[in-house]
Design a protein around this ligand. Structure first.
Ligand code: PLP
Length: 381
């Protein structure tokens, strides 16, 4: 198998693999127990929180361990949190992950108004429109992806944050696809909330992180874990793996992956003059290529590539059972037909140039097969 779907999830990082093999089995105690075993786990958890805070440049008290980024997003965007922080409106975009979009729809049923800022075909937020919306709706909560999971487009967080502060709005970032692909410094970003996911960077499944510099209403009620903001017995092993995966990230790895992507894109565009990379001219992270296979069905390409042992994606993993084309591409202004010719390839550190060559070879073969097929249909039809 050649795995090229790293935006859906990625393999355990080297330190996490080592932990799973050698130490995970020992870390089963309950961090809330008051005996020595519980105390030991609790102190290791706090040490991890401190190390993660150092890496992300924030205070440990501002980090809450949760079960997933979906949970973190739902906590920030909860009705209770709107009430607690007196947010009047949610301002977001139509390019968000389904965790935000579906929660926004729910909020609407709870009489919270939702405003969608305009975006252009390159996947960029219209800052003038955002400025107007914030001016008319001060004290709103803004929620944006910092990196789009389907196109890899990087959001201009600095400009958005300046607009937010000017109109006393708060800003939440869905930073799931940011970690491991770009550097991140929470201190300089001047944001209020951020959501992160462990499994996207090589940690175990079932752990996420919520950064908050504001009071926060819990989603769940129960014990005093995570200062009562996220009750439920702590998943220490998963949380610890989050720290290990973060420690495994490096600029060298980011550059290595970026070179793979550039190599792929250059050669992919040479396969056919009508092939395109979506949002090609926009600032994108170095691991994501959303490709347009002009005139070909992405579903057929996906099935062919699967037969050849490649794991790629026709969109977000969370919507993979849907027959509908990607909402991101549609909201970028592409037709359904266009979107049905697009595939997402997302590279990771374990991929090699040889694997990219194999992918290009398979795409080339698929293209010639489809051309022959349409030629013979024309002859017989
Ligand atoms: N936000 C983005 C941008 C994502 O890509 C994902 C995962 O697909 C999520 C949120 C949800 O993350 P999790 O799987 O941790 O709930």
């Amino acid at each position: 198998m050649i795995y090229l779907d790293h935006n859906a999830t990625t393999n355990y990082s080297p330190l996490v693999q080592e932990y799973i093999k050698n130490n995970l089995i020992k870390d089963w105690a309950n961090s809330s127990s008051v005996h020595d075993m519980g105390y030991d786990i609790k102190s290791k958890l706090e040490k991890d929180r401190k190390l993660i805070a150092d890496i992300l440049s924030c205070y440990p008290k501002n980090l809450i361990f949760v079960g997933s980024a979906t949970e973190a997003i739902n906590t920030v965007l909860s009705v209770e949190n709107f009430k607690l922080n007196k947010f009047k409106t949610l301002i977001t975009s139509k390019l968000e992950h389904s965790a935000t979009l579906k929660k926004a729809k729910y909020l609407q049923t709870q009489n919270i108004s939702i405003l969608y800022v305009e975006n252009n075909k390159n996947g960029e937020i219209n800052l003038q429109d955002l400025n107007n919306l914030c001016k008319k709706n001060p004290d709103s909560l803004l929620s944006f992806l910092s990196v789009n999971n389907e196109t890899g487009v990087v959001t201009d967080i600095e400009s958005i944050s300046k607009i937010a502060k000017q109109f006393n709005c708060s800003l939440h970032l869905d930073a799931v696809q940011h970690l491991g692909k770009l550097s991140l410094n929470l201190e300089t970003l001047n944001i209020d909330f951020a959501s992160f996911s462990g499994h996207k960077i090589g940690a175990l499944k079932g752990c996420g992180l919520l950064y908050t510099s504001k009071p926060l209403a819990p989603l769940l009620y129960g014990g005093q874990q995570e200062r009562g903001l996220r009750p439920g017995t702590c998943n220490y092993a998963a949380n610890h793996s989050f720290r290990l995966a973060l420690e495994d990230l490096s600029i060298d790895k980011i550059n290595y992956i970026s070179n793979l992507k550039n190599y792929f894109e250059k050669n992919f565009l040479n396969l056919d003059k009508n092939f395109k990379i979506n949002c090609y001219q926009t600032r994108r992270v170095g691991n994501t290529s959303n490709i347009y296979l002009a005139g070909l069905s992405a579903k057929s390409a996906f099935l062919y590539l699967s037969q050849q042992g490649f794991c790629v994606s026709t969109g977000s993993a969370c919507n993979s059972t849907s027959e509908e084309p990607s909402h991101v591409l549609i909201n970028l202004g592409y037709t359904k037909n266009y979107a049905r010719s697009c595939l997402r390839i997302s590279f990771g550190f374990e991929n090699s140039l040889e694997e990219i060559d194999l992918l290009l070879k398979s795409l080339k073969f698929f293209l010639s097969m489809q051309k022959n097929l349409s030629y013979s249909t024309q002859l017989t039809g």
